[in-house]
Design a protein around this ligand. Structure first.
Ligand code: HEM
Length: 267
C-alpha cells in the first residue's frame, strides 16, 4: 500500500486536481497542498466543453446574428419612405420597446449585450474548435482544399475581416467617430444619405456586406448541419438552396438603399 507519509498524493476535488505535497511532520498540524491543473473533469464540465457543445454554441449564436442582420436590412429599407420614417424607426429602437416589462430605454441595451454575447460566443467557439482541429490533425494538415467552396475556405479570414469592417461601421454610424460626409449632430437618415452619395463608400459597403454574405453562405450550411438537418442528398440540396437564398437576400436587402442613394433615388 502507498505510504501516505512519504510521497506526494494526488486528490481530485470537483474536477480540479490537487496534489498534496509531503506532509510536514505530523504533529505540527500543517499540510502543504499545491493545487495543479489536471485533465479530470466532472461529467457536466466535460459535456459543456465538448466539441459538439462548442459547435452547437457556434451554430446557435450564428443563427441569432443572421436574424439580427435580416431585421437590420429590413429596417434600413425605411429610408425609401423618407427621413421621418427612417429616423422614427431609429428612435423607436432606443425608446420604450417592451415597456413596462423593462424600463424605458433599456431594451436597446439588453439587445446590445445579447448581440455582443453572441459575437463573443461565436468567435470564442470558432477559436477553440480551430485549435482542436489543428491539434487533432498534427502533421497531417490538409493542403489541398479545392474540394471546399470559396465560402468554406474563407471562414476564418473572412470572419476577421468582417469584424474589422463591423468595428468601422459602429465607429461610423453608432459612435460617430468616423464622420464620412456628415456631422456628429446629423440624424441617422442624413448620416446614411450623405455617406452613400460617395461612390467609394458604396464600394466599401459592398465589400462589407459581400464579406458578411460569403461568411453566412457557408455558416448557414454548417449551422444547420450541426443541428442535424444534413441527413440526405435532398436535405443537402435544400440546405444549399437556403444558404444561397438567405445570403443573396441579405446582400440585395442591404445594398439596395446605398445604391439608390448613389443614383439619386433617395435624397
Ligand atoms: C448597407 C448596409 C448597412 C447600413 C446602411 C447600416 C446602417 C446602420 C446605421 C445607420 C446604424 C446606426 C443606427 C442608430 O444608432 O441610429 C447601424 C447600426 C448597427 N449596424 Fe448597421 N448598417 C449596414 C450593415 C450592417 C451589417 C452588414 C452589420 C453586421 C455585420 C451591421 C451591424 C450593425 C450593428 C451591430 C449596429 C449597432 C446597433 C445598435 O445600436 O445597437 N450593419 N447600422
Amino acid at each position: 500500500m502507498r505510504d501516505l507519509w512519504s510521497g506526494p498524493v494526488h486528490y481530485t476535488i470537483q474536477g480540479v486536481g490537487v496534489r498534496a505535497g509531503r506532509w510536514s511532520s505530523p504533529g505540527h498540524g500543517q499540510v502543504k497542498v499545491t493545487p495543479v491543473a489536471t485533465q479530470t473533469l466532472t461529467v457536466h464540465q466535460r459535456a459543456a466543453r465538448s466539441t459538439v457543445a462548442l459547435k452547437v454554441l457556434m451554430a446557435v449564436t450564428g443563427i441569432f446574428l443572421i436574424l439580427f442582420l435580416l431585421m437590420h436590412a429590413w429596417g434600413n429599407l425605411k429610408a425609401f419612405f423618407g427621413p421621418e420614417a427612417y429616423d422614427h424607426y431609429a428612435e423607436w429602437l432606443k425608446s420604450d420597446i417592451l415597456y413596462p416589462l423593462v424600463p424605458k430605454g433599456w431594451f436597446i441595451w439588453i439587445f446590445r449585450v445579447f448581440l455582443v454575447a453572441c459575437i463573443v460566443g461565436h468567435m470564442a467557439s470558432a477559436y477553440v474548435l480551430t485549435l482542436r482541429s489543428r491539434a487533432a490533425r498534427g502533421s497531417y494538415q490538409r493542403k489541398d482544399r479545392r474540394a471546399q467552396t470559396f465560402s468554406a475556405r474563407t471562414m476564418r479570414w473572412g470572419g476577421i475581416i468582417l469584424l474589422m469592417l463591423l468595428l468601422f461601421h459602429l465607429g461610423q454610424f453608432t459612435l460617430k467617430w468616423f464622420l464620412t460626409g456628415f456631422t456628429a449632430s446629423s440624424t441617422p437618415y442624413e448620416s446614411v444619405v450623405l455617406t452613400f452619395q460617395q461612390w467609394y463608400m458604396v464600394l466599401l459597403y459592398a465589400l462589407f456586406v459581400g464579406t458578411v454574405c460569403i461568411h453566412i453562405r457557408h455558416g448557414i450550411w454548417s449551422a444547420l448541419t450541426t443541428l442535424g438537418a444534413n441527413t440526405s442528398r435532398v436535405a443537402r440540396r435544400n440546405l444549399n438552396v437556403t444558404a444561397i437564398a438567405v445570403s443573396a437576400l441579405l446582400f440585395v436587402g442591404f445594398m439596395v438603399m446605398p445604391v439608390a442613394v448613389l443614383f439619386g433615388g433617395i435624397k
